[in-house]
Design a protein around this ligand. Structure first.
Ligand SMILES: Cc1cc2nc3c(=O)[nH]c(=O)nc-3n(C[C@H](O)[C@H](O)[C@H](O)COP(=O)(O)OP(=O)(O)OC[C@H]3O[C@@H](n4cnc5c(N)ncnc54)[C@H](O)[C@@H]3O)c2cc1C
Length: 403
Protein backbone atom coordinates (compact mmCIF):
# COMPACT_ATOMS: atom_id res chain seq x y z
CA UNK A 1 0.00 0.00 0.00
CA UNK A 2 1.33 3.46 -0.97
CA UNK A 3 2.30 5.64 2.00
CA UNK A 4 -0.05 8.47 2.92
CA UNK A 5 1.14 11.89 1.81
CA UNK A 6 1.73 13.94 4.91
CA UNK A 7 1.38 17.70 5.49
CA UNK A 8 0.54 19.93 8.43
CA UNK A 9 -2.96 21.11 7.49
CA UNK A 10 -5.56 19.50 5.23
CA UNK A 11 -8.69 21.19 3.95
CA UNK A 12 -11.48 19.11 2.42
CA UNK A 13 -13.19 21.19 -0.29
CA UNK A 14 -11.89 24.25 -2.15
CA UNK A 15 -15.09 26.34 -2.08
CA UNK A 16 -15.36 29.70 -0.28
CA UNK A 17 -15.10 28.18 3.22
CA UNK A 18 -12.02 26.05 2.51
CA UNK A 19 -10.31 28.79 0.50
CA UNK A 20 -11.13 31.48 3.10
CA UNK A 21 -9.67 29.24 5.82
CA UNK A 22 -6.50 28.86 3.75
CA UNK A 23 -6.27 32.58 2.92
CA UNK A 24 -6.67 33.71 6.54
CA UNK A 25 -4.33 30.99 7.81
CA UNK A 26 -1.53 31.69 5.33
CA UNK A 27 -1.77 35.40 6.10
CA UNK A 28 -1.28 34.70 9.79
CA UNK A 29 1.25 31.92 9.28
CA UNK A 30 3.34 32.37 6.13
CA UNK A 31 5.66 29.69 7.56
CA UNK A 32 2.94 27.16 6.64
CA UNK A 33 3.31 27.87 2.89
CA UNK A 34 3.55 24.53 1.08
CA UNK A 35 2.30 22.71 4.18
CA UNK A 36 -1.41 23.33 3.62
CA UNK A 37 -3.26 21.15 1.09
CA UNK A 38 -6.87 21.45 -0.10
CA UNK A 39 -8.49 18.31 -1.52
CA UNK A 40 -11.08 19.24 -4.13
CA UNK A 41 -13.29 16.76 -5.97
CA UNK A 42 -13.72 19.08 -9.01
CA UNK A 43 -11.42 21.37 -10.92
CA UNK A 44 -11.59 25.18 -10.90
CA UNK A 45 -13.36 26.91 -12.55
CA UNK A 46 -16.12 24.47 -11.53
CA UNK A 47 -19.86 25.08 -11.54
CA UNK A 48 -21.67 25.63 -8.23
CA UNK A 49 -25.45 25.84 -7.90
CA UNK A 50 -25.77 29.28 -6.29
CA UNK A 51 -27.29 32.68 -7.04
CA UNK A 52 -23.93 34.27 -6.28
CA UNK A 53 -25.25 37.16 -4.14
CA UNK A 54 -22.44 38.64 -2.01
CA UNK A 55 -23.78 40.69 0.89
CA UNK A 56 -21.71 43.64 2.20
CA UNK A 57 -20.37 41.39 5.00
CA UNK A 58 -18.66 39.25 2.35
CA UNK A 59 -17.26 42.36 0.65
CA UNK A 60 -15.73 43.39 4.02
CA UNK A 61 -14.05 39.97 4.24
CA UNK A 62 -12.63 40.33 0.70
CA UNK A 63 -11.28 43.78 1.64
CA UNK A 64 -9.78 42.36 4.84
CA UNK A 65 -7.98 39.76 2.72
CA UNK A 66 -6.85 42.46 0.22
CA UNK A 67 -8.71 40.61 -2.52
CA UNK A 68 -9.93 42.65 -5.47
CA UNK A 69 -13.20 41.37 -6.93
CA UNK A 70 -11.88 41.33 -10.50
CA UNK A 71 -14.61 39.11 -11.96
CA UNK A 72 -17.79 40.24 -13.78
CA UNK A 73 -20.35 41.39 -11.19
CA UNK A 74 -23.61 43.32 -10.92
CA UNK A 75 -23.89 45.87 -8.11
CA UNK A 76 -27.42 46.00 -6.73
CA UNK A 77 -28.54 49.23 -5.05
CA UNK A 78 -32.24 48.63 -4.65
CA UNK A 79 -34.43 45.79 -3.56
CA UNK A 80 -38.07 44.75 -3.46
CA UNK A 81 -39.64 42.32 -1.01
CA UNK A 82 -43.18 41.01 -1.51
CA UNK A 83 -45.16 39.36 1.24
CA UNK A 84 -48.83 38.48 1.71
CA UNK A 85 -49.24 41.96 3.27
CA UNK A 86 -47.85 43.93 0.34
CA UNK A 87 -44.60 45.04 -1.27
CA UNK A 88 -41.72 46.98 0.23
CA UNK A 89 -39.23 48.76 -2.04
CA UNK A 90 -35.93 49.66 -0.52
CA UNK A 91 -32.79 51.59 -1.34
CA UNK A 92 -30.36 53.39 0.93
CA UNK A 93 -27.86 54.71 -1.55
CA UNK A 94 -25.24 52.02 -1.01
CA UNK A 95 -24.58 48.68 -2.70
CA UNK A 96 -26.84 46.11 -1.02
CA UNK A 97 -25.59 43.08 -2.90
CA UNK A 98 -22.94 42.22 -5.49
CA UNK A 99 -23.95 39.37 -7.78
CA UNK A 100 -21.22 37.15 -9.23
CA UNK A 101 -21.11 33.80 -11.02
CA UNK A 102 -19.76 31.24 -8.64
CA UNK A 103 -17.49 29.43 -11.11
CA UNK A 104 -15.61 32.70 -11.69
CA UNK A 105 -15.70 33.87 -8.07
CA UNK A 106 -14.46 30.58 -6.63
CA UNK A 107 -11.73 30.27 -9.27
CA UNK A 108 -10.62 33.80 -8.28
CA UNK A 109 -10.40 32.75 -4.62
CA UNK A 110 -8.52 29.59 -5.61
CA UNK A 111 -5.96 31.65 -7.57
CA UNK A 112 -5.42 33.95 -4.57
CA UNK A 113 -5.06 31.00 -2.20
CA UNK A 114 -2.53 29.32 -4.51
CA UNK A 115 -0.56 32.56 -4.69
CA UNK A 116 -0.56 32.63 -0.89
CA UNK A 117 0.97 29.14 -0.73
CA UNK A 118 -1.95 26.71 -0.74
CA UNK A 119 -1.65 23.52 -2.77
CA UNK A 120 -4.98 22.42 -4.26
CA UNK A 121 -5.16 18.78 -5.29
CA UNK A 122 -8.03 18.70 -7.80
CA UNK A 123 -10.11 15.77 -9.06
CA UNK A 124 -9.61 14.38 -5.57
CA UNK A 125 -12.75 13.23 -3.74
CA UNK A 126 -12.56 12.63 0.00
CA UNK A 127 -13.94 9.18 0.74
CA UNK A 128 -13.24 8.60 4.41
CA UNK A 129 -11.68 10.31 7.42
CA UNK A 130 -10.26 8.79 10.61
CA UNK A 131 -8.87 10.44 13.70
CA UNK A 132 -5.70 8.71 14.95
CA UNK A 133 -3.78 9.53 18.14
CA UNK A 134 -1.10 11.60 16.37
CA UNK A 135 -2.78 12.71 13.16
CA UNK A 136 -5.88 12.64 11.01
CA UNK A 137 -5.98 10.20 8.11
CA UNK A 138 -7.92 10.95 4.92
CA UNK A 139 -8.67 8.47 2.14
CA UNK A 140 -9.38 10.00 -1.26
CA UNK A 141 -9.78 8.96 -4.88
CA UNK A 142 -6.27 10.40 -5.43
CA UNK A 143 -4.52 8.50 -2.62
CA UNK A 144 -4.21 8.81 1.15
CA UNK A 145 -3.25 11.92 3.10
CA UNK A 146 -2.43 12.65 6.74
CA UNK A 147 -2.07 15.88 8.69
CA UNK A 148 -2.09 17.39 12.17
CA UNK A 149 -5.53 18.86 11.57
CA UNK A 150 -8.32 18.80 8.96
CA UNK A 151 -10.83 21.53 8.08
CA UNK A 152 -13.99 19.92 6.70
CA UNK A 153 -15.25 22.51 4.19
CA UNK A 154 -16.78 20.13 1.67
CA UNK A 155 -20.23 21.67 1.50
CA UNK A 156 -23.77 20.69 2.45
CA UNK A 157 -23.33 17.01 1.61
CA UNK A 158 -20.05 16.91 3.55
CA UNK A 159 -18.30 13.54 3.46
CA UNK A 160 -16.18 14.65 6.42
CA UNK A 161 -19.33 15.29 8.42
CA UNK A 162 -20.80 11.92 7.47
CA UNK A 163 -17.60 10.14 8.50
CA UNK A 164 -17.20 11.65 11.98
CA UNK A 165 -20.32 13.51 13.08
CA UNK A 166 -23.90 12.50 13.82
CA UNK A 167 -25.90 12.18 10.64
CA UNK A 168 -28.92 14.40 10.54
CA UNK A 169 -31.08 15.48 7.63
CA UNK A 170 -33.48 17.60 9.66
CA UNK A 171 -31.46 20.79 9.21
CA UNK A 172 -31.00 20.54 5.47
CA UNK A 173 -33.00 22.84 3.20
CA UNK A 174 -33.26 22.79 -0.57
CA UNK A 175 -32.99 25.43 -3.23
CA UNK A 176 -33.49 25.29 -6.95
CA UNK A 177 -32.67 27.88 -9.56
CA UNK A 178 -32.71 28.78 -13.23
CA UNK A 179 -31.10 31.51 -15.35
CA UNK A 180 -33.43 33.39 -17.69
CA UNK A 181 -32.40 36.07 -20.23
CA UNK A 182 -33.27 39.60 -19.14
CA UNK A 183 -33.63 42.95 -20.81
CA UNK A 184 -30.63 44.96 -19.69
CA UNK A 185 -31.68 47.70 -17.29
CA UNK A 186 -29.67 50.28 -15.45
CA UNK A 187 -29.82 50.03 -11.69
CA UNK A 188 -31.50 46.59 -11.62
CA UNK A 189 -33.22 45.62 -8.35
CA UNK A 190 -33.04 42.27 -6.62
CA UNK A 191 -36.41 40.82 -5.68
CA UNK A 192 -37.58 38.56 -2.88
CA UNK A 193 -41.05 37.08 -2.75
CA UNK A 194 -42.25 35.54 0.51
CA UNK A 195 -45.84 34.89 -0.63
CA UNK A 196 -45.01 31.19 -0.99
CA UNK A 197 -45.11 30.99 2.84
CA UNK A 198 -48.90 31.31 2.60
CA UNK A 199 -48.74 28.32 0.21
CA UNK A 200 -46.97 26.24 2.84
CA UNK A 201 -43.33 26.69 1.79
CA UNK A 202 -40.90 27.76 4.48
CA UNK A 203 -38.85 30.08 2.34
CA UNK A 204 -38.99 32.55 -0.51
CA UNK A 205 -38.43 33.01 -4.24
CA UNK A 206 -35.78 35.35 -5.59
CA UNK A 207 -34.77 37.06 -8.83
CA UNK A 208 -31.21 38.45 -8.94
CA UNK A 209 -29.74 40.33 -11.91
CA UNK A 210 -26.52 38.75 -13.16
CA UNK A 211 -24.17 38.66 -16.13
CA UNK A 212 -23.51 35.50 -18.14
CA UNK A 213 -20.89 35.87 -20.89
CA UNK A 214 -21.43 39.63 -20.69
CA UNK A 215 -25.21 39.40 -21.27
CA UNK A 216 -27.88 40.35 -18.71
CA UNK A 217 -29.76 37.49 -17.10
CA UNK A 218 -31.95 36.96 -14.06
CA UNK A 219 -31.09 34.17 -11.71
CA UNK A 220 -34.45 33.05 -10.33
CA UNK A 221 -34.92 30.43 -7.68
CA UNK A 222 -36.74 29.26 -4.59
CA UNK A 223 -35.49 28.22 -1.16
CA UNK A 224 -37.34 25.82 1.11
CA UNK A 225 -35.87 25.57 4.60
CA UNK A 226 -37.70 22.33 5.44
CA UNK A 227 -38.49 20.26 2.33
CA UNK A 228 -40.25 17.62 4.43
CA UNK A 229 -42.49 19.96 6.39
CA UNK A 230 -45.18 22.51 5.56
CA UNK A 231 -45.82 25.79 7.37
CA UNK A 232 -49.06 24.31 8.71
CA UNK A 233 -48.94 20.51 9.03
CA UNK A 234 -52.71 20.35 8.43
CA UNK A 235 -52.63 22.15 5.11
CA UNK A 236 -51.08 20.97 1.84
CA UNK A 237 -47.87 22.52 0.61
CA UNK A 238 -47.46 23.93 -2.91
CA UNK A 239 -44.94 22.44 -5.34
CA UNK A 240 -41.75 24.47 -5.47
CA UNK A 241 -41.92 25.00 -9.24
CA UNK A 242 -45.54 26.19 -9.08
CA UNK A 243 -44.68 28.60 -6.27
CA UNK A 244 -41.67 29.94 -8.18
CA UNK A 245 -43.72 30.46 -11.35
CA UNK A 246 -46.45 32.20 -9.31
CA UNK A 247 -43.87 34.59 -7.87
CA UNK A 248 -42.70 35.82 -11.28
CA UNK A 249 -45.65 35.40 -13.68
CA UNK A 250 -44.01 37.65 -16.31
CA UNK A 251 -40.88 35.52 -16.60
CA UNK A 252 -40.55 32.41 -18.80
CA UNK A 253 -40.33 29.93 -15.94
CA UNK A 254 -41.30 26.34 -16.80
CA UNK A 255 -43.63 24.86 -14.18
CA UNK A 256 -42.72 21.27 -14.85
CA UNK A 257 -39.77 19.14 -15.87
CA UNK A 258 -36.21 19.68 -14.83
CA UNK A 259 -35.06 21.50 -17.98
CA UNK A 260 -32.67 24.27 -17.01
CA UNK A 261 -33.27 23.85 -13.27
CA UNK A 262 -30.46 23.12 -10.89
CA UNK A 263 -31.12 22.06 -7.32
CA UNK A 264 -28.81 21.76 -4.35
CA UNK A 265 -29.15 21.26 -0.57
CA UNK A 266 -28.31 23.98 1.95
CA UNK A 267 -27.37 22.79 5.43
CA UNK A 268 -28.43 25.36 7.98
CA UNK A 269 -26.98 26.09 11.34
CA UNK A 270 -28.26 24.13 14.34
CA UNK A 271 -26.49 25.17 17.58
CA UNK A 272 -26.92 21.75 19.20
CA UNK A 273 -24.59 20.16 16.63
CA UNK A 274 -20.85 19.66 17.22
CA UNK A 275 -18.38 21.50 15.08
CA UNK A 276 -15.26 19.53 16.05
CA UNK A 277 -14.40 15.84 16.33
CA UNK A 278 -10.86 14.96 17.40
CA UNK A 279 -8.52 16.80 15.01
CA UNK A 280 -11.28 17.77 12.60
CA UNK A 281 -13.35 20.94 12.44
CA UNK A 282 -16.28 21.85 10.20
CA UNK A 283 -16.72 25.15 8.33
CA UNK A 284 -19.15 26.74 5.86
CA UNK A 285 -22.07 24.66 4.59
CA UNK A 286 -20.56 21.57 6.20
CA UNK A 287 -21.10 23.29 9.58
CA UNK A 288 -24.39 25.02 8.67
CA UNK A 289 -25.34 28.51 7.44
CA UNK A 290 -28.27 30.98 7.48
CA UNK A 291 -31.57 29.15 8.15
CA UNK A 292 -33.76 32.11 7.14
CA UNK A 293 -32.45 32.97 3.65
CA UNK A 294 -29.97 30.18 2.90
CA UNK A 295 -27.21 32.79 2.50
CA UNK A 296 -23.91 31.06 3.06
CA UNK A 297 -21.00 32.83 1.42
CA UNK A 298 -20.53 35.35 4.24
CA UNK A 299 -20.54 32.47 6.76
CA UNK A 300 -18.01 30.58 4.65
CA UNK A 301 -15.67 33.54 5.22
CA UNK A 302 -16.61 33.92 8.90
CA UNK A 303 -16.10 30.23 9.62
CA UNK A 304 -12.95 30.21 7.51
CA UNK A 305 -11.51 33.02 9.62
CA UNK A 306 -12.38 31.27 12.89
CA UNK A 307 -11.00 27.97 11.57
CA UNK A 308 -7.76 29.68 10.53
CA UNK A 309 -7.30 31.07 14.05
CA UNK A 310 -7.95 27.65 15.58
CA UNK A 311 -5.59 25.86 13.19
CA UNK A 312 -2.91 28.50 13.79
CA UNK A 313 -3.14 27.93 17.57
CA UNK A 314 -3.41 24.14 17.28
CA UNK A 315 -0.35 23.81 15.05
CA UNK A 316 1.52 26.13 17.42
CA UNK A 317 1.04 23.54 20.19
CA UNK A 318 -2.15 24.68 21.89
CA UNK A 319 -4.38 21.57 21.90
CA UNK A 320 -7.33 23.47 23.40
CA UNK A 321 -7.63 25.52 20.21
CA UNK A 322 -10.16 23.21 18.59
CA UNK A 323 -12.41 23.26 21.66
CA UNK A 324 -12.20 27.06 21.50
CA UNK A 325 -13.37 26.84 17.87
CA UNK A 326 -16.35 24.74 18.89
CA UNK A 327 -17.15 27.30 21.58
CA UNK A 328 -16.90 30.19 19.12
CA UNK A 329 -19.18 28.33 16.69
CA UNK A 330 -21.79 28.05 19.45
CA UNK A 331 -21.37 31.28 21.39
CA UNK A 332 -19.40 33.76 19.25
CA UNK A 333 -20.79 36.71 17.28
CA UNK A 334 -21.33 34.68 14.12
CA UNK A 335 -23.11 31.92 16.07
CA UNK A 336 -25.33 34.51 17.73
CA UNK A 337 -26.34 35.89 14.34
CA UNK A 338 -27.10 32.41 13.01
CA UNK A 339 -29.19 31.59 16.10
CA UNK A 340 -31.19 34.80 15.63
CA UNK A 341 -31.76 33.94 11.97
CA UNK A 342 -33.01 30.51 13.08
CA UNK A 343 -35.39 32.25 15.47
CA UNK A 344 -36.59 34.58 12.69
CA UNK A 345 -37.17 31.55 10.42
CA UNK A 346 -39.43 30.03 13.09
CA UNK A 347 -41.46 33.26 13.23
CA UNK A 348 -41.70 34.11 9.54
CA UNK A 349 -42.07 30.52 8.32
CA UNK A 350 -44.30 29.41 11.20
CA UNK A 351 -48.10 29.27 11.56
CA UNK A 352 -48.31 32.96 12.63
CA UNK A 353 -46.27 34.19 9.65
CA UNK A 354 -48.91 36.75 8.63
CA UNK A 355 -48.64 38.56 11.95
CA UNK A 356 -44.85 38.77 11.70
CA UNK A 357 -44.90 39.96 8.09
CA UNK A 358 -47.46 42.58 9.14
CA UNK A 359 -45.15 43.77 11.93
CA UNK A 360 -42.20 43.87 9.54
CA UNK A 361 -44.25 46.09 7.21
CA UNK A 362 -45.05 48.65 9.89
CA UNK A 363 -41.91 50.72 10.17
CA UNK A 364 -39.32 51.87 7.63
CA UNK A 365 -36.84 52.29 10.48
CA UNK A 366 -37.25 48.67 11.55
CA UNK A 367 -36.79 47.54 7.95
CA UNK A 368 -33.62 49.60 7.68
CA UNK A 369 -32.18 48.13 10.87
CA UNK A 370 -33.14 44.63 9.78
CA UNK A 371 -31.45 44.99 6.39
CA UNK A 372 -28.31 46.63 7.78
CA UNK A 373 -28.10 44.01 10.52
CA UNK A 374 -28.53 41.21 7.97
CA UNK A 375 -25.95 42.69 5.61
CA UNK A 376 -23.46 43.26 8.42
CA UNK A 377 -23.23 46.97 7.49
CA UNK A 378 -20.96 48.81 9.96
CA UNK A 379 -20.73 45.53 11.93
CA UNK A 380 -24.29 46.09 13.17
CA UNK A 381 -24.73 42.29 13.22
CA UNK A 382 -22.12 42.09 15.99
CA UNK A 383 -23.88 44.64 18.21
CA UNK A 384 -25.42 43.62 21.53
CA UNK A 385 -29.18 43.39 22.03
CA UNK A 386 -29.31 46.65 24.09
CA UNK A 387 -27.46 48.50 21.29
CA UNK A 388 -29.85 47.12 18.69
CA UNK A 389 -32.88 48.05 20.79
CA UNK A 390 -31.52 51.58 21.28
CA UNK A 391 -30.95 51.97 17.53
CA UNK A 392 -34.36 50.52 16.76
CA UNK A 393 -36.07 52.88 19.23
CA UNK A 394 -34.17 55.82 17.69
CA UNK A 395 -35.21 54.80 14.19
CA UNK A 396 -38.88 54.28 15.08
CA UNK A 397 -39.29 57.33 17.33
CA UNK A 398 -37.13 59.87 15.54
CA UNK A 399 -36.62 58.34 12.08
CA UNK A 400 -32.85 58.39 12.75
CA UNK A 401 -30.50 56.81 10.23
CA UNK A 402 -29.30 53.43 11.41
CA UNK A 403 -26.09 51.61 10.59
C1 LIG B 1 -29.67 27.55 -5.35
C2 LIG B 1 -28.76 28.19 -4.30
C3 LIG B 1 -28.60 29.56 -4.28
C4 LIG B 1 -27.75 30.15 -3.34
N1 LIG B 1 -27.58 31.49 -3.38
C5 LIG B 1 -26.74 32.09 -2.50
C6 LIG B 1 -26.48 33.49 -2.58
O1 LIG B 1 -27.00 34.20 -3.45
N2 LIG B 1 -25.64 34.03 -1.66
C7 LIG B 1 -25.05 33.28 -0.70
O2 LIG B 1 -24.31 33.84 0.12
N3 LIG B 1 -25.25 31.95 -0.62
C8 LIG B 1 -26.06 31.33 -1.50
N4 LIG B 1 -26.23 29.98 -1.46
C9 LIG B 1 -25.47 29.21 -0.47
C10 LIG B 1 -24.00 29.09 -0.91
O3 LIG B 1 -23.95 28.52 -2.21
C11 LIG B 1 -23.22 28.23 0.08
O4 LIG B 1 -23.54 28.60 1.38
C12 LIG B 1 -21.71 28.36 -0.13
O5 LIG B 1 -21.34 27.86 -1.38
C13 LIG B 1 -20.97 27.61 0.97
O6 LIG B 1 -19.58 27.55 0.68
P1 LIG B 1 -18.76 26.27 1.15
O7 LIG B 1 -17.35 26.53 0.75
O8 LIG B 1 -19.07 25.93 2.55
O9 LIG B 1 -19.36 25.06 0.28
P2 LIG B 1 -19.31 24.86 -1.29
O10 LIG B 1 -19.38 26.12 -2.01
O11 LIG B 1 -20.35 23.81 -1.58
O12 LIG B 1 -17.88 24.24 -1.55
C14 LIG B 1 -17.56 22.93 -1.15
C15 LIG B 1 -16.43 22.42 -2.04
O13 LIG B 1 -16.13 21.09 -1.62
C16 LIG B 1 -16.02 20.25 -2.76
N5 LIG B 1 -16.38 18.90 -2.30
C17 LIG B 1 -17.59 18.44 -1.97
N6 LIG B 1 -17.50 17.14 -1.58
C18 LIG B 1 -16.19 16.82 -1.65
C19 LIG B 1 -15.47 15.63 -1.37
N7 LIG B 1 -16.07 14.50 -0.92
N8 LIG B 1 -14.13 15.64 -1.55
C20 LIG B 1 -13.49 16.76 -1.99
N9 LIG B 1 -14.13 17.91 -2.29
C21 LIG B 1 -15.47 17.93 -2.10
C22 LIG B 1 -17.00 20.85 -3.76
O14 LIG B 1 -16.65 20.49 -5.10
C23 LIG B 1 -16.84 22.34 -3.51
O15 LIG B 1 -15.81 22.91 -4.29
C24 LIG B 1 -27.06 29.35 -2.39
C25 LIG B 1 -27.22 27.97 -2.41
C26 LIG B 1 -28.06 27.38 -3.36
C27 LIG B 1 -28.21 25.90 -3.36
Amino acid sequence: MAQARSCRVLIAGAGPAGLAAALYLLRQRPDLRGQVIALERSRHPRPKVCAGGLIPKTMHALAELDLALDVPAVSVRRGAAKTEIGQVDYRDGGVMCTVVRRDQFDARLARAARDAGLEIVEDCRVRDVRNRPDDVFVQTTAGDFSAEVLVGADGSGSRVRDALFTRSQESVGRALMLDVPAAGVDDPPYCFDFTCVAAGIRGYSWAFPCLINGRPYLNVGIYDQCPRAAVDPNRPKARLLDALAASFPDLPIPKSGQRGYKAFPIRWYAPRHSFIAGRVLLAGDAAGVDPLMGEGISYAFEHGKLAARAVDDFTAGRPGALAAYDHAMRRGACARKLRRLGFAARLFYGPRHKLFFRLAHLSRGTQRIGINWYNGADRLDEASIPTLIARWAGAVLFGARVG
